[in-house]
Design a protein around this ligand. Sequence first.
Ligand SMILES: Cc1cc2nc3c(=O)[nH]c(=O)nc-3n(C[C@H](O)[C@H](O)[C@H](O)COP(=O)(O)OP(=O)(O)OC[C@H]3O[C@@H](n4cnc5c(N)ncnc54)[C@H](O)[C@@H]3O)c2cc1C
Length: 339
Amino acid sequence: MNHGRLWAFTLVDDAADRRWENAVGRFAETEWGAKFIDEVTLIMIGAVPPQERVSSVLYGMGSAILVKTAPFDAIGDTIQAVFRALADYPLPSVSVFLVDDDWRVAMLGAFWSTWLKACVAANVSSFRVMPDGSIQVVQDVEVGVTQAVTTYRPDEKVTILWDIPHVSTPPRVRRQGDGLRLDAITVPDVNREVEVIRLIEPTPQELPLEDAERVVAGGRGIEGPDGFAILEELATCLRAGLGASRVAVDQGWISYAHQVGQSGKRIHARLYMAFGISGAPQHLDGMKDCETIVAINRDPKAPIFDVAHLAVVADAREVARQLTLALRARESEEHVMTV
Ligand SMILES: Cc1cc2nc3c(=O)[nH]c(=O)nc-3n(C[C@H](O)[C@H](O)[C@H](O)COP(=O)(O)OP(=O)(O)OC[C@H]3O[C@@H](n4cnc5c(N)ncnc54)[C@H](O)[C@@H]3O)c2cc1C
């Protein structure tokens, strides 16, 4: 088989971090991996474990390069230093980044493909090295609905960001590689001069709604942009994102990025607080799956109350103000108690 060299990349944070084992095991279980795993080189970056530990869990991979770095933050200089160290080896034609929930792996893959001048295939659900050496990649365009299949020529370099499937049970395959070659290199801590003084939390305006655990949202009943200023204060106390109905967006009280609903964002927050939102079907479409819904509306017959777990019949701005004051008071009480 003429497939060229294949490198599989994974990151390790500390001794307790065993995600790499799962990633390598999943790789070994793919149709292609089961046949040709011994032709793969594992590139492990970060707080790499002792060599004996790695060699016992390689599932038959032919070789590994352990790149020891300071805590890996995936920013500029560290990446460049890692790449320069790897450049001492014959570089691969296929690079596979084993992407789990760690965004840094995908980021590293994107930088690597630029550095290597390789094509990049993201959101890959599976791939195969064909007998003629070409690479067939299947990408999720819309998860579970649409997939795209792309074939890369044998002479093309390709970087694959593979969304490795989650498994709760360890993979079955567990082979020890024959003639395993293990190299360990250390990349100096080039970011030593950067000291993290303080992490700045995103404001409610900046927090992406899809990622927010809590969302405070306003509709026509919040009565203007100043109403959203009140909601923003509440959202800051709750470390929540800021959502809105389409009416509020159409009025120009807040930007479209905050719209929740059929033509906005669909969210699954743990807490959704709807202030002055009637609960039109198009709005419900975007938030009905939230775990706990609290609705504040002065109309006791508002449809939003049909999906709310807690219904508050009151003035929206007033409730938001009072809640903010109560949360601030509690926060300063807690602060006094811990000082
Ligand atoms: C194709 C299509 C797509 C759409 N997509 C979306 C979408 O993605 N998202 C979306 O939100 N909408 C969408 N809509 C619009 C949707 O149908 C509603 O018009 C919109 O959701 C209503 O917004 P609202 O609840 O803020 O306003 P309203 O329906 O006017 O409701 C305002 C509510 O505020 C209450 N209220 C008023 N004053 C106060 C106060 N002082 N205190 C407390 N309560 C008060 C009122 O009792 C009322 O219930 C779409 C419509 C269409 C046709």
